[in-house]
Design a protein around this ligand. Structure first.
Ligand code: ATP
Length: 409
């Protein structure tokens, strides 16, 4: 566990929108700014000059593949790692070199890290007692924290008598009872099964709303990040690829790394040849061109075009009209609420489309080997200038993307 709170005897009723006022955070506190934050381990640059704004009182996720630098970033906010260079500003004060125990920041780990010999109540009370909080106050605040995580009845059990999900709730209560300005969560649901994980995702988000404390959440699971976060920073090789709301990341990915990481997307090689309507004319092959309305439509030259599977309209073979390309159905996967269709387009691109399962006929309507027409609507298509991540762009001379680098927008 990271630390004790700087203000352990926080008077109750100070702002906050929760039903448990003494655990609620003062509005407007807990704003983090990472400024040119860098961490090098020998020759490995784990975090590479990261600039990031994490707004007060929100649920912010650091999302990226294994080894991208998420945990190292979190550990620098907690104080477990000292930055090689750069600053960590909390409400305007640089805490980058402040001892972990002096930061109003707590961490919840995947491993729970509870004291096995202590009762649940005493685990939660531990930090308060260490900070010299009086007995009555400890009792009241621990009671409130256990109520918040729905473990009121479990105070006298030992951690070994609890399920994994319950132990993680205790760890949460133990961190929240100290009323940190920022709560850091390092893949806290990673050890739980899929169903419990989904349930706790919803509970965690509700809990964050209730207490109004800034949550910084590390995960490599894009669905988890999309479900819970107000904002997400997508990290790749120690750098921020894009920081934005879940909707903006999904609908308006800044580059092909983000598009690819945020779920199945169809990335097609293309050439942007000129203007067309409010967007651009994009050549997919010698014979097939489409009009594209979104993304870097002012760009000219080789690029990627991306479209989400649910935006592709799969129509009967021979359907005529703009932005339609003939295709051959190569595979059909039944997903319950939808069908996933693999389609080889006559332009040479292989795409995946999702068709909602909204009636009996849908399942029998599609089978491998069928000819179809694919409608790629201009508003569903997006030009991504350059070839890959922002780092690739920096080296290939492609124009600057229209990306949101920080948490401001
Ligand atoms: P994961 O999701 O697998 O935990 P991550 O995104 O959290 O990955 P980090 O743990 O931050 O990634 O690691 C980033 C890079 O820094 C990796 O290449 C890792 O091997 C390296 N690294 C992390 N900690 C150390 C260390 N103490 N010494 C040397 N290298 C380290």
């Amino acid at each position: 566990m990271a630390s004790t709170a700087v203000d352990p005897v926080h008077p109750s009723g100070q702002g906050g929108q929760g039903s448990i006022p003494s655990l609620a955070q003062r509005p407007g506190t807990g704003q983090l700014s990472l400024v040119a934050l860098t961490k090098q381990f020998g020759s490995v640059v784990a975090v590479d000059s990261v600039d990031l704004e994490i707004p007060a009182g929100g649920f912010f996720s650091l999302l990226g593949p294994s080894g991208c630098g998420k945990t190292t970033t979190l550990r620098m906010i907690a104080g477990f790692e000292t930055p090689t260079s750069g600053r960590v500003l909390l409400d305007g004060h640089d805490i980058a070199r402040t001892a972990p125990s002096k930061r109003p920041v707590n961490t919840v780990f995947q491993s729970y890290a509870l004291f096995p010999h202590l009762r649940v109540f005493d685990n939660v009370a531990f930090g308060l007692r260490r900070a010299g909080v009086g007995r009555d106050e400890v009792k009241r605040r621990v009671g409130e924290a256990l109520e918040l995580v729905q473990l009121t009845e479990y105070g006298s059990r030992k951690p070994g008598q609890l399920s994994g999900g319950q132990q993680q709730r205790v760890a949460l209560a133990r961190a929240l009872v100290l009323k940190p300005a920022v709560l850091l969560l390092d893949e806290p649901l990673g050890a739980l099964d899929a169903k419990l994980r989904r349930q706790l995702q919803v509970e965690l988000k509700q809990l964050q709303n209730q207490v109004g404390i800034t949550f910084v959440y590390v995960t490599h699971d894009q669905e988890e990040a999309l479900t819970m976060s107000d904002r997400i920073a997508v990290i790749n090789r120690g750098r921020i690829e894009q920081a934005a709301s879940p909707q903006d990341l999904y609908e308006e990915p800044a580059n092909s790394f983000v598009a690819d990481f945020l779920g199945v997307s169809n990335l097609m090689d293309a050439t942007v040849t000129g203007p067309s309507g409010p967007g651009a004319q994009v050549r997919l092959s010698d014979t097939f061109s489409v009009e594209v309305h979104r993304g870097d439509v002012g760009f000219r030259g080789p690029a990627k075009v991306v479209i989400r599977p649910e935006r592709i309209g799969v129509e009967p073979a021979g359907t005529q009209g703009a932005n339609r390309i003939p295709g051959l159905l190569t595979n059909v996967v039944y997903l319950g609420s939808s069908l996933q269709l693999a389609i080889q387009l006559a332009s040479g691109n292989a795409v995946t489309a999702l068709v909602p399962n909204n009636g009996d006929d849908v399942v029998s309507a599609w089978s491998p080997g069928m000819s179809v027409a694919c409608h790629l609507p201009p508003t569903g298509l997006r030009v991504l200038a350059g070839t890959g991540s922002t780092r690739d762009r920096a080296t290939d001379g492609a124009p600057a993307p229209d990306r949101a680098q920080d948490g401001a927008g």
